[in-house]
Structure formats: C-alpha cells, structure tokens
Design a protein around this ligand. Structure first.
Ligand code: OSB
Ligand code: MG
Length: 388
C-alpha cells in the first residue's frame, strides 16, 4: 500500500464501512434533460440544456443515487452523455449486476478492466457510496470522514459578450457573497475581460480564470500579462491532457497554475508536482472516476501541501450533493464551484435545494447524500430509462 492509500484507509477506518454487504440487485439508468436558466459559455462551446444520466442502485430495500456529469459534447473530455450511456449499459452494469460488495472500494476492482470513461464509472460509484452511507444510517459526508461544516463557495462565470457586460455581471454576483469569482476565458476574450472584472471587483476579491485548454506555450507572453491582475490562480491554460508544458509555463509566471482536465488520479497529481505544473488542483469527482480516487487525491494534496478545491460540471442537485459531501474533507482549502441550485436551475430535482448563505454552503445532514429526489419532476424531465 502506498502512503496516500494508507492515509485513505485510515480515513475510512470506521466500523461503518464494513458493517453491511451490498448485493447489486437492481440498477436504473435514467437520462433527464434540464434547461439552464442562462446559457453557459466556455472556450469549448455554449451549454443551454444539460443531458444528465441519473444512476440508481438498489439492494435490500435501500436505493442510492449518483449522476454522470460529463458534457453533452466532447469539448471538456472525450466522454459525452451518449458515450457514458453506452459504457454503463453495455459494460459497467452487466459487469457488476448481482455482485456482492463489502465496501464501496470493491466496485473499483470490478470495473478496473474497463479502460478510461471515468465519468461513466463515477455515475454508479456515487450511487454505491450513497447506498453504503444510507445502510450505515449516516450522512455521506460523515461516512467518508468529512469534518468541515462551513464550505466556501466560488462562482464560475461563463464568457460574456463584452468586457463591460462581464464587469456588470460580476459586480451583481459579488454582492451575493461568493468568496471567489472565476472567469471563463478563451482566445481573444481574455486580457480586456480580466482587466474589466478586476477593476469592477477591486483588489480584495479572489479572482481566477479558467481557459479550458485554449492556449499553447506560444501564448506565454499574453499569459504573463495576466500576472498584473493578481489572480489567485490560472486554471488549465494549456492542452487538456498536458502536464509537461504547464510545468514549463509555470516558470514564466508569478501567478500559480491550477490543473483540471488532465488530473484523473493521485498519480497524476504526483506527476504534476514533479513537473512543477501546478500549485492548485481542481478536483471533480466525475473526472477521477468517483469518490474513492477523489479521496486519494485529497489525501495526497493534504500530505504534499497542494491547494485543493472541488470543481463543478453544471450538475443537477444529485451531483452537487456529492460535491458538497466531498468538500467536507479537511484537505479542501479553497472556495469550490458549488454555486446554489438557483444559480443554474428554475427548479432543481432535489429537496432541500443547495443554498448559499454569506458565501458558505453547509453539509447536508440527512442520511446518504442528504437530499430527497423529486420523482414527479424527474419523470417529466426523463427522455429514456433502462433497468437492469
Ligand atoms: O472547467 O470547471 C470547468 C463546466 C463544464 C465544464 C467544465 C467546467 C465547468 C464549470 C462549471 O466551470 C462550474 C459549475 O458547475 O458551477
Ligand atoms: Mg476548469
């Protein structure tokens, strides 16, 4: 066992994890479509409607819920709603149906022979964690060893039509109490936008940018210009699978780099540190295949003094509830992208909805993910269902 694994093991060394056996009796895949309140633009495209796969797993009268949070298009990662449906339907569900798990980690051993597709794998993995927490009659955040009860919230702001429009928007949002504002940027929609936002927000506000891989090392001079705006970090400026060029770029900048897209495991974080490619990690449960690897990454970051926060994928409340639980781990020390339900949805599919007060969201105290699903609303949003 590696040091990081050992720490994770200790983190979970509570009796609950081993108290019950789960026989995977039923799995349900359900695609829902949720129209967004406002279109969300990044360097790779515009999202107006989410296509989300909700995964339910049942055993012994208890049902756990997870969400597949990848995009509809292969703009952020190669996975799409459609590829995740295929991988879950044709490979993951048939592999695990009828299997008996002693602990959530057993799922990863079953799906290990299936290469890649972390978002698809995470959909069911999250549901399994919810099931185990419910079986132990514990809130998920306590079940995974979380301790933090005040979780700072940051906002991710899509690309706007002009620097002026962006400045106006971020001012309105700052007034709502967000503890950090992250601007999506892209080629030709960068310096003037960042300057306008910084001027509007003032020096004291935590401000960051996320390029979603829109630049190359040839843009180093432009990226150096960003140093003057005193950003907390620059997220994923270079290619989506790169850590080596990020290491080169970091040497030219005073602003720290944050990696998102290329981090799929604790080993990826280790390699990124070796390359000097990042001081900050954006951890998304889906991108790393679920809670198990997310917890390994959290333990690794904590042991190596890497700043850590939890990213979002415009999830429904089910995915957000998992994100909230994850952020209660002590390793998280920067504001996370867990904007409240009302920021994205006219009506979320959970109750209570995710809320923010004074820039803080709190762990959900109900058992499991801590929220009830609105099954009537979910039925109306459903476009396909498949039961195993
Ligand atoms: O890079 O963090 C990103 C949404 C879709 C794809 C990639 C990203 C994002 C966000 C959304 O920034 C943040 C949120 O869910 O609130
Ligand atoms: Mg990002």
């Amino acid at each position: 066992m590696t040091r990081a694994e050992l720490q994770v093991f200790e983190l979970w060394g509570n009796a609950n994890c081993y108290a019950v056996l789960m026989k995977i009796e039923q799995i349900e895949l359900r695609e829902i479509r949720m129209e967004m309140k406002h279109a969300f633009e990044t360097s790779f495209g515009v999202t107006k409607e989410r296509r989300i796969i909700l995964v339910a797993v049942s055993s012994g009268g208890i049902t756990g819920y997870g969400e597949v949070s990848c995009n509809e298009t292969p703009g952020y990662s190669y996975e799409t709603t459609e590829t995740a449906w295929h991988i879950l339907k044709d490979f993951i569900a048939p592999t695990v149906l009828g299997q008996v798990l002693e602990q959530p980690a057993d799922y990863q051993a079953l799906v290990k022979p299936l290469r890649g597709h972390p978002f698809a794998k995470a959909g069911l993995e999250l549901a399994i964690w919810d099931w185990f927490a419910k079986a132990a009659n514990a809130p998920l955040w306590k079940y995974i060893g979380g301790t933090k009860t005040e979780l700072p919230v940051g906002l991710s702001v899509g690309i706007k039509k002009s620097p002026e429009a962006l400045a106006e928007f971020v001012l309105e949002q700052q007034a709502l109490g967000y503890q950090r504002i992250k601007l999506k940027i892209g080629r030709g929609r960068d310096l003037a936008y960042v300057a306008a936002a910084r001027a509007a927000l003032g020096e004291g506000m935590n401000l960051t940018v996320d390029a979603n891989s829109d630049y190359t090392l040839e843009d180093t001079a432009m990226l150096k210009e960003l140093d003057q705006y005193k950003l907390q970090y620059i997220e994923q400026p270079l290619e989506n699978d790169d850590i080596i060029d990020h290491g080169t770029l970091a040497k030219s900048l005073s602003t720290p780099l944050c990696l998102d897209e290329p981090i799929h495991s604790a080993s990826d974080v280790r390699r990124a540190l070796q390359m000097g490619a990042a001081k900050v990690i954006n951890l998304k449960i889906g991108r790393v295949g679920g809670h198990l690897e997310a917890h390994k990454i959290a333990a690794y970051c904590q042991a190596n003094s890497v700043a850590l926060w939890c990213g979002g994928m415009l999830e429904s409340g089910v995915g957000r509830a998992h994100n909230v639980a994850l952020q209660t781990l002590a390793a998280f020390n920067m504001a996370s992208d867990t904007a409240p339900s009302a920021r994205y949805w006219h009506e979320d599919i959970i109750e209570p909805e995710i809320i923010m007060e004074n820039g803080i969201t709190r762990p959900l105290e109900g058992i499991g993910i801590g929220v009830k699903l609105k099954h009537d609303l979910i039925s109306k949003l459903t476009t396909r269902v498949l039961g195993f």
